[in-house]
Structures are given as C-alpha cells and as structure tokens.
Design a binder for this molecule. Structure first.
Ligand code: SF4
Length: 337
C-alpha cells in the first residue's frame, strides 16, 4: 500500500514527496526552489482523541452491534463499518430487544437512555468525555436553578443530547445572535452559558457578549468548545494565511470540519470541504501554487495521505508542516461544571 511517512516534516522545515519503487514518501529538509508548488500541512489535524476512543470502543464490541447515529460524522469510516456488518440506527426503538447498542461520540439525551433501558438493550457508551462534561455542566446549572443557555446547531446529535439533559425547554438553545432577544426574563436566576464542542470559540464569545448586553450580567462560563477543535482551527488559520487554496478533508455532516472550512475561508476566501480526495477536480488547482491541507476531527489520516498523493500528481512536491497550539483562553472550560 502506498503511504506517506509520519511525522511528515518537523515544524518550520520543509519536505518533498518523492516516488519510490514501493510507494511515495516525504523526505524532510529539502530546500524550496523558486516557484515550487507547495503544500502547507496543518498540525494538529484529523482525528481527535475522542473520535479514536469511540472507534476503539466500537472495535471492542463483539457480535451483532447497533450504533445510534453515525459513530462519528465521516462517510468513509461509516461505510467501512457498514461493510463490516455494523448497523446504524436513528432510535433505540429500531434495535431488537436485548441487543447491543453503542452510543456515538456525540452523546445522547436522558430520554434516549431511558428508551434503551426500556428495551433491555446492552448499552456501550462511546460518548466523548468532553461532550459528557458539557452535558454535566448544563445539567448542574439546571439543578442549581440557573437559566442555562446552550450555543449550538439545532438538530445536531450532540446538541440534542445536551438539551436532553433537562426537561424540554429547560435549556435554551442559541443558534444565532437574533435568538438572544427571544430569551425569557432571568427573574433573578443566575445565567450559565455552555456550548457545542465543535464551534468556533469567537462565535461563542460573540453570543456571550450579546447575552451580557441583554441581561446586564456576565453569564457563568460552563463547558464548551474542546481543545481539539480550538487547536485545529488555530492551525488552519495559519495555513490559510500562507496558502492560496485550503482543502479540508471532512464529511458534510461533520460540524468541526465545516467550521474549519469557514475559518480558512474567513482568512483567504478560498477553502473547500472534501468528503474524499477523489472529489478534488484538477481544474481547482489551476494557477494555484500553494495549497493548505487539514482535516476535521473525524477524518482518518489515510484520506489526508491520499490527498497528498493527488496533490503530488498535480505537481505539489514540497510539503511544509505548520503547527499551532491551543490558545489557553480557548481551552475547554471546567468552570461551572
Ligand atoms: S472534537 Fe472534541 S468533543 Fe468532539 S470527539 Fe473530538 S475531542 Fe471529543
């Protein structure tokens, strides 16, 4: 099997993708030549610890297995699991009584847990611990009598799971600035703001400011955007500042992949989301000499490798890693948990 060796290139150094008899690989330390087509490869990128953990949990389950929703939002991974015989369902009611049901990395509501219990399912919980912390933070706020606000995208499984930690309406969803005006009076209740883990921290901050304006109180900071999301976004900003075009590997349903594309587009206006490297059209590389590459937290490294090989074939032989670390302010907050 062809492969690109990892780690490809240390930060600040360059590499060249070469063809060899048994495949192609990146060699560090090759000098840049004038006008050479270059790939800026974000670090970190791709699968996060929570996604790896969820897939490991699923791997550890033997026999007939059902998964609630997609285990992670990546079509390549899900279709490979389907071929292995894993069943994906949208409700515990679709699972035969007594069978094994795996909860995806996005987590579930209390109602779904109750449904699984009612059907006597053997539940294996692959919820990311960082999603669990947001759930716990929201639930703690409700239990303490606070007005709990969740910044997130309605309909996303993670958001449904967080909202489902309270009675319907017990946690208020904020999808956009306009939603703040429709919030109820606080009536003396303290405010707590939590968020979906895969958002852009600046977006959450903007809504926090709006909430502060609306109530005249700064909401207590609950758990929210995870470090993996923030780090990947920081690295993408750096590659977008150098590259004429940014390519993000990620499926359309992947929230964090969509945010990476948006973050890149905000910097250089030219960013594409690719579910698979085969979607890259050669014409998209016309007159482009520098391409930034990253991947969402649910995308496997083998798809990035495939993309690098496609780019090699288009003349991008030089690869430079661009690393960033999480800004401390954006780290997953433990306050209010
Ligand atoms: S993106 Fe963050 S919250 Fe989501 S699975 Fe990865 S580490 Fe967990």
């Amino acid at each position: 099997m062809e492969h690109v060796c990892r780690p490809p290139v240390p930060e600040g150094r360059t590499g060249v993708v070469t063809r060899e008899k048994k495949g192609r690989r990146i060699l560090p330390g090759q000098p840049e030549t004038a006008g050479e087509r270059t790939v800026y490869l974000a670090e970190p990128r791709g699968m996060c610890a929570g996604v790896r953990r969820a897939l490991d949990v699923l791997d550890g389950v033997s026999g007939e297995v059902y998964v609630l929703h997609e285990i992670v939002h990546n079509n390549f991974i899900v279709s490979r699991l389907r071929k292995r015989g894993v069943h994906f369902v949208e409700s515990p009611d679709e699972v035969p009584e007594g069978a094994t049901l795996v909860f995806s990395a996005h987590g579930v509501s209390r109602q779904v847990e109750a449904q699984a219990r009612a059907r006597h399912l053997r539940v294996v919980d692959a919820t990311c611990p960082l999603v669990k912390r947001v759930q716990a933070s929201a639930a703690a706020g409700v239990a303490a009598g606070e007005l709990v606000l969740l910044v997130g995208h309605g309909g996303h499984p993670e958001v449904e799971g967080i909202l489902g930690q309270a009675e319907p309406g017990g946690i208020r969803l904020l999808e956009r600035v306009e939603d703040v005006a429709a919030l109820p009076e606080a009536d003396g209740r303290p405010l707590r703001l939590v968020s979906q883990t895969t958002l852009e921290p600046e977006f959450v901050e903007m809504l926090r400011r709006e909430v502060t304006k609306r109530y005249g109180i700064v909401p207590k900071q609950g758990a929210g955007v995870c470090y993996a999301t923030a780090q990947r976004q920081n690295a993408v900003r750096r590659i977008a500042a150098r590259a004429e075009l940014v390519l993000i590997i990620g499926s359309p349903r992947s929230s964090n992949s969509n945010r990476l594309r948006e973050v890149a587009a905000a910097v250089n206006g030219n960013a594409l989301l690719l579910d698979h490297p085969d979607e890259l059209v050669p014409a998209q590389l016309n007159r482009v000499r520098t391409v930034g590459v990253s991947a969402g937290a649910s995308a496997p490294e083998e798809l990035i490798t495939l993309l690098l090989l496609r780019l090699y074939d288009a003349g991008f032989h030089r690869v430079e890693t661009v690393r960033d670390v999480c800004t401390p302010d954006f780290r997953h907050s433990e306050a209010g948990n």
